[in-house]
Design a binder for this molecule. Sequence first.
Ligand SMILES: NC(=O)C1=CN([C@@H]2O[C@H](COP(=O)(O)OP(=O)(O)OC[C@H]3O[C@@H](n4cnc5c(N)ncnc54)[C@H](O)[C@@H]3O)[C@@H](O)[C@H]2O)C=CC1
Ligand SMILES: O=C([O-])CC(=O)C(=O)O
Length: 311
Amino acid sequence: MSKVTVVGAGNVGATVANVLAHQDLVREVVVLDIKGDMARGKALDSWQQASIDNYSTRLTGTENYADTADSDIVVITAGIPRKPGMSRDDLISTNAKIVTMVTKSIMEHSKNPIIIVVSNPLDVMTHAAYKASGLDSSRVFGMAGILDTARYRAFLATALDVSPKDIQAMLLGGHGDTMVPLPRYTTVSGIPVTEMISEEDLDAIVDRTKKGGGELVKLMGTSAWYAPGAAAAQMVASIIRDENRIFPCCAKLNGEYGMNDIFLGVPVKLGKEGIVDIIELKLNEAEMDLLNTSADHVREVMEVFEGLDIS
Ligand SMILES: NC(=O)C1=CN([C@@H]2O[C@H](COP(=O)(O)OP(=O)(O)OC[C@H]3O[C@@H](n4cnc5c(N)ncnc54)[C@H](O)[C@@H]3O)[C@@H](O)[C@H]2O)C=CC1
Ligand SMILES: O=C([O-])CC(=O)C(=O)O
């Protein structure tokens, strides 16, 4: 495995490329954007950082899909981000066209890549890429849960005054305000989080996590990029290293959690062929209700997608 393409050289795409280069895991990262000079500029800037930060990964920028030929992994970040007052779902008509077009162009030059989708609204854009690619669903999935749990872990680390490194957490559902952080599956160095924080404080953190993307949009006028970029790069690393790490990712369900034909955040094992396994948690009734509500919301956005004229 040695070639990764990142589509979109904006805030998230440039960060994914830069973090990946720092991991020094792949021979080549190609950054593609309709703004070719922006892609070339950001790739060149990152490449000029190589001797300072000690990596060999070669970065190049382009607007030409021929340069993405034979990519092992493609990370799609192309599309518009939201502005204050918007929901991720408001991006659908613009981003559905972009993600579909990008995926088709990628598939003209790479036979069997793994595609990681980042563009929003995430769950439905992952479906769009899956549909446009014709790839097996084990090779097309979305980044959201690593970011959402990272926010949850950061808020908990602040509240408990501990390192975020020691907080382990799982989260399910769509990448929106209906996402389902799981306190029952949250530990601090093996200690159940519920033994370390009051129910009231934990509820407030769960609520803040659900709205975590919006909090940053409000602060910055556009959406986040450092943690999202690092999260996508972490998925790439698990695949390249064939590590079988378990992360919450947006995956196509084939009967798991009693659902079919829907892309939703669930724990998956990520290895060199993509999703090796989807892990089914033994949810209690309240958790299952929350997951069903989140799935219903994703289905509503799917209906909007099905009604769009993408061609
Ligand atoms: N899944 C997640 O957790 C997250 C998702 N996002 C989403 O990622 C997407 C990108 O966000 P940012 O990087 O902040 O936006 P940005 O505006 O900084 O960058 C987007 C880039 O996409 C490029 N682009 C647009 N159409 C294209 C096309 N047809 N082909 C190639 N490139 C194209 C633009 O020229 C621009 O450089 C947004 O949809 C945003 O909502 C952002 C953060 C987290
Ligand atoms: O909030 C947004 O629009 C971008 C995103 O998905 C996130 O940062 O979680």
